[in-house]
Design a protein around this ligand. Structure first.
Ligand code: DAH
Length: 340
C-alpha cells in the first residue's frame, strides 16, 4: 500500500503543478481527495482487514498524502486567483491624473446665426425685436390680419388646430397685431420665430420652420421706404449690394402686396439650377399694411400708414449655406450642426 499511495501522491502533485485553470484543479480535487470517488478513498477500504497498529500506521500515511495533495491544491488555487485579480486590476486600471477632456464647445444653429445678424441690423435702424407665442388665437393668426372666416386665403396655410379653437401659428404675422397693440404708432418692429404648418414633409417642406416678420408704421410710409429697408436687409445678409425686383403678390393683410425677388446671387441673373434658370430668387413677400389691419390693431389708418414683410428665415439659411434638405435643420444631427 505504501508504494501505491506514494505513486498516487507524486502523480497527483504533478497533475496539480501542470493544471492550467481553476476548473482543472477542481477536476483533480474530485478525482484524488474527493469524498465519494476520490482515489484516496479506495485505500481506506482495506482498513477493515488490518490490525490496530497496522491500521494506525496506514491511517497516518493516508492522512499525510491527503494533506500534501490538499495543500498543493490550495496553493495553486491561490496563485490562479491572484493572477486573475492582477489581470483584472491591470485591465480596469484608470489613470486619474490624465486631464479631463473639458466641455465640448457648442455652435449656433444656422437659422440662429442669420436671425441674430438680422436682429442686429434692424436694431441699429431703430426697430424693436418682439416675440409672440407659438400657440395663437384664431383671431390674431387670421381675423385681425384681414382674413375673414370663410376667406379662401385661410386654406393657403394648412393649420394645426388645437382643442378649444386656438392653433399653432402658421406665420409670424400675428405678432404684427400684438406689436401694434403693445407699441402704438409710430412703430418699427421685427419678430423672428417658429411657425407651423400641417404639411407633408419632404426635402423642401417642413411642418416646423422659421420666419421673420417686420413692420413699420409712421405718418408717411411709401413703397420706396419698403424697398430701401428690404435692400438694406438683403445687403446685410449677403454682404453685398443686391439687385431686387417687385412683382405683385396677394396677401390679405397688405395692399398693395408684393413678392420681392433677388437677382440670383450664384449666376448673377443669367440662369442656373439654384434659381431654376429664371435669374431670380423669390425671397421676401411684403407690402403696404392694409387699412383694416391697422384699424384692428388700434391704429387710425387715416393718420398712419406702414409697410410689412415676412422673411423665410429657414429658406434664407438654406440659400446662404447651400443646404439642400430642409429636414437637416430640425434633425438634431451633430455632424450637420457642428459645421456652422
Ligand atoms: N405671412 C405670410 C406667409 O407666411 C408672409 C407675409 C407676406 C408677411 C406679406 C408679410 C407680408 O408681413 O406683408 O405666407
Amino acid at each position: 500500500m505504501e508504494s501505491a499511495l506514494e505513486s498516487l501522491r507524486q502523480q497527483s502533485l504533478a497533475r496539480i503543478a501542470s493544471a492550467k485553470t481553476l476548473d482543472d484543479l477542481e477536476t483533480i480535487r474530485v478525482e484524488t481527495v474527493g469524498r465519494k470517488s476520490g482515489a484516496l478513498n479506495s485505500f481506506s477500504k482495506d482498513f477493515g482487514k488490518m490490525g490496530t497498529e497496522e491500521r494506525a500506521a496506514a491511517g497516518k500515511l493516508l492522512n499525510a498524502a491527503k494533506q500534501a495533495i490538499e495543500s498543493a491544491l490550495d496553493e495553486r488555487k491561490a496563485r490562479f486567483e491572484a493572477a486573475a485579480m492582477n489581470a483584472r486590476l491591470e485591465s480596469e486600471w484608470v489613470d486619474l491624473t490624465i486631464p479631463a477632456p473639458g466641455v465640448r464647445p457648442g455652435s449656433l444653429h444656422p437659422v440662429t446665426i442669420i436671425q441674430k445678424e438680422i436682429e442686429d441690423l434692424f436694431q441699429s435702424m431703430g426697430f424693436t425685436v418682439l416675440s409672440g407665442p407659438e400657440v395663437e388665437t384664431e383671431y390674431n393668426n387670421f381675423d385681425a390680419l384681414n382674413i375673414p372666416p370663410d376667406h379662401p386665403a385661410r386654406d393657403m396655410q394648412d393649420t394645426f388646430w388645437l382643442e378649444g379653437g386656438n392653433l399653432l401659428r402658421t406665420h409670424t404675422s400675428p405678432v404684427q397685431v400684438r406689436g401694434m397693440q403693445r407699441l402704438g404708432p409710430p412703430l418699427r418692429m421685427i419678430a423672428p420665430g417658429r411657425v407651423f404648418r400641417n404639411e407633408e414633409v419632404d426635402p423642401s417642406h417642413e411642418h416646423t420652420f422659421y420666419q421673420l416678420e417686420g413692420m413699420m408704421v409712421d405718418r408717411e410710409v411709401s413703397v420706396a421706404n419698403l424697398i430701401y429697408y428690404m435692400k438694406a436687409l438683403l445687403a446685410g445678409i449677403f454682404r453685398r449690394d443686391v439687385t431686387v425686383r417687385l412683382r405683385p403678390g396677394y396677401f390679405p393683410f397688405v395692399e398693395p402686396g408684393f413678392e420681392l425677388d433677388v437677382q440670383c446671387l450664384l449666376c448673377g441673373g443669367s440662369g442656373c439650377p439654384v434659381c431654376k434658370q429664371s435669374g431670380w430668387l423669390e425671397l421676401l413677400p411684403c407690402g403696404l399694411v392694409h387699412p383694416n389691419v391697422l384699424r384692428m390693431g388700434g391704429i387710425d389708418p387715416d393718420q398712419w400708414m406702414g409697410f410689412a414683410f415676412g422673411l423665410g428665415l429657414t429658406r434664407l439659411a438654406m440659400m446662404r449655406y447651400q443646404i439642400d434638405d430642409i429636414r437637416l435643420l430640425q434633425g438634431g444631427d451633430l455632424r450637420f450642426l457642428t459645421q456652422f
